[in-house]
Design a protein around this ligand. Structure first.
Ligand code: ADP
Ligand code: MG
Length: 226
């Protein structure tokens, strides 16, 4: 199917060995199609972040298959996987992971350093992404001069700069208060309306209700999808 972005087939992830072995994912199956907006829910330790890290090519399955835009991830070298990650994926974390000594603009330009884009074009794209997230007048500010919600919007701008085919957000509002949470969620809704494919981990029902689909994780599996 050509609108299939990501497909996990019987993916297991095992951490540790022997007595310390933890099965973080247990034969997980999941399909994400273009234009999807999937909320991932489940108790702490149920495997949500592990699944996101595999979808985001930050980690590899121990067993099973992952296909991203038709590429079989298990067949790629680490370098090829890193290229695929830069080209196809955007990742947003709970703790924004911004460089404190860099301005918003520099933070957003950073991932493109690896994508061989000339500096002038890089800056143009970064400015465009910051406009999209509503930070036109904050580009020269450093993270400590921005609110939590604004910092997360910088991180989102950084994640969408390469026009990723899949945007992954792991508890993106977990560190925000309720009013900035609302701003960030509205932004995700806008991005989805503009055609971005989105998978978002959340603990909150009202966040999950904004999504098109909800997957409930338990013990490394999806026990309910609706
Ligand atoms: P969630 O995001 O749903 O809270 P995680 O995917 O982070 O769950 O974790 C799933 C399980 O895997 C947990 O039991 C956790 O302790 C374990 N786990 C996660 N990462 C590691 C790791 N790097 N090493 C060992 N165990 C891990
Ligand atoms: Mg987690």
């Amino acid at each position: 199917m050509d609108n299939l972005v990501a497909k996990l087939s019987n993916v297991s992830k095992v951490y540790g060995e022997g007595d310390l072995e933890v099965k973080a994912l247990d034969s997980l199956n999941l399909e994400v199609h273009r234009g999807d907006y999937l909320a991932v829910m489940g108790a702490s330790g149920s495997g949500k972040s592990t699944a996101m890290n595999i979808l985001g090519c930050l980690d590899r399955p121990t067993f099973g298959k992952y296909q991203l835009n038709g590429n079989s991830v298990e067949q790629l070298t680490d370098d090829a996987l890193a290229d695929l990650r830069n080209q196809e994926l955007g990742f947003v974390f709970q703790q924004f992971h911004l460089l404190q000594d860099a301005t918003a603009l520099e933070n957003v330009m950073l991932p493109m350093l690896y994508a061989c884009i000339p500096p002038s074009e890089r800056q143009e794209l970064a400015e465009e992404a910051l406009n999209k997230v509503g930070l036109t007048d904050r580009m020269k500010n450093r993270p400590n001069q921005l609110s939590g919600g604004q910092q997360q919007r910088v991180a989102i701008a950084r994640a969408i700069i390469n026009s990723p085919s899949l945007l992954l957000a792991d508890e993106p509002t977990g560190a925000l208060d309720s009013s900035t949470t609302e701003d960030v969620l509205n932004l995700f809704d806008d991005l989805h309306a503009q055609g971005i494919t989105l998978v978002l981990v959340t603990h909150e029902d009202e966040v999950a209700l904004r999504a098109k689909r909800r997957a409930l994780f338990k013990d490394g599996r999806i026990i309910k999808i609706s």
